[in-house]
Design a protein around this ligand. Sequence first.
Ligand code: ZN
Ligand code: ZN
Length: 168
Amino acid sequence: MRSAVELVNSAAAPDSLTSIDDLDGIFDRYGYTGRHDRSDAELHQVRAIRGELRDLLLGDPETTVALINSTLGRYSSVPRLVRHDAIDWHLHAVDDFAPLAHRMLVETAMAMIDVIRADETSRLTTCADDECDGIVLDLSRNRSRRYCSTTCGNRNAVAAYRARRAAD
Ligand SMILES: [Zn+2]
Ligand SMILES: [Zn+2]
């Protein structure tokens, strides 16, 4: 889920997913396994699914459910329980040799199943910064996260401070 949010947010200007190295970074940071071609074609595919990922994460529940079902219908194979690296038993719903972009879509759809079933879609919102349409994933207990990044948070804190000073 965090990786899907980062992928979607990477599309905001300046785009931060433009090279195979950028994709390597996401692959490593989020502990992806399986096929990773390190090719321009793969990078292009992953860049191209960011809109679909955004719709999966931010749709109203009915829309998200329809997208989850169509994504699973298109890409998933037989789900199986696996345990690898430091990650305990979890489901893989798609073959390890399927293209990375397809696995990212299916993995996000699988994560959204849990969100829908727990009725927690309100934890995914857009950034409170007027100029930013980044996604905020708020996993805090008191749901206090409003900005997609510390950059957006700081920019707004400074603006609020200036506005208070100007009002004095
Ligand atoms: Zn896994
Ligand atoms: Zn933001």
